[in-house]
Design a protein around this ligand. Structure first.
Ligand code: 1GP
Length: 246
């Protein structure tokens, strides 16, 4: 089970999640990436995207045959829910007010998830506006919370914890022009006691270090590792700076 591990580690060590969008890979490029992954393992691989045209099961099988890293679904929609993964970040898009992304899709997925036996981690997903409108905003028909509205972002994270969600995912959007700002990360971290994930627009080890230092327990890197998988080594090194930091 992943969540108990996250809980036991998150106040002592930082963690790194690699996001794989199956549409960005053919089998050869995925295998090439996984070779690098095995040399520089992230803690978790999540798989998904706003629009995915392939069956996720094939990519997940390949990942699981090649590595022993836990693979979790990070589904952009119901078409990305399958049963080959170790678990799912069951995302509730709490920055938005679209009932389908708050509860509707979850109702549809629940019987399948129960039957699959996969680990389900209820995750409060807060989309923060960092500039350009993101794919998630458009596809989910929701509006991101402006990055300047710290009080709204913090209250949203607090409400998520009070409702029993187990992780907060502060998201700038895949390929965001800039990552979620440090002050906002610190403000959220101070007001919750569940693990905080930060992702979107983190492209350099310095940006990763800044996010960790500001209070992110876990960071997610997607785009830049698709372009340059060899950078994984740098991000793992950066995470390891925080080993036993308390
Ligand atoms: C997207 O937070 C993730 O949901 C990763 O973002 O692709 O910009 O790294 P990037």
């Amino acid at each position: 089970m992943l969540y108990p591990t996250l809980l036991s580690r998150y106040n002592q060590s930082k963690m790194l999640i690699m996001l794989i969008d199956p549409d960005k890979h053919d089998d050869d490029s995925l295998l090439g990436t996984l070779k690098i992954v095995n040399q520089n393992p992230p803690d978790v691989i999540i798989i998904g995207g706003s629009l995915v045209s392939k069956s996720l099961n094939e990519s997940i099988s390949l990942i699981k045959e090649t590595t022993s890293i836990p693979v979790f679904l990070f589904p952009g929609n119901l078409l990305q829910v399958c049963d080959q993964a170790d678990g799912i970040l069951l995302i509730s898009l709490i920055s938005g007010r679209n009932p389908d992304y708050l509860i509707g899709n979850h109702v549809l997925a629940a019987p399948f998830l129960r039957k699959s036996g996969m680990e389900v981690i209820p995750t409060g997903y807060i989309l923060v506006g960092t500039g350009t409108k993101t794919s998630v905003e458009y596809i989910s028909n929701t509006t991101a919370i402006p990055a300047s509205k710290t009080d709204i972002v913090v209250s949203t994270a607090m409400a998520a914890e009070m409702l029993g969600l187990k992780l907060i995912y502060l998201e700038g959007g895949s390929g965001a022009d800039s990552p979620v700002n440090k002050d906002l990360i610190t403000a959220v971290k101070k007001n919750i006691s569940i693990p905080l994930i930060v992702g979107g627009g983190i492209r350099t080890p310095q940006q990763a270090t800044d996010a960790y230092t500001a209070g992110a327990d876990i960071i997610v890197i997607g785009n830049v590792l698709e372009e340059s998988p060899e950078l994984l080594k740098e991000f793992v090194k950066c995470k390891n700076q925080f080993y036993n930091f308390k």
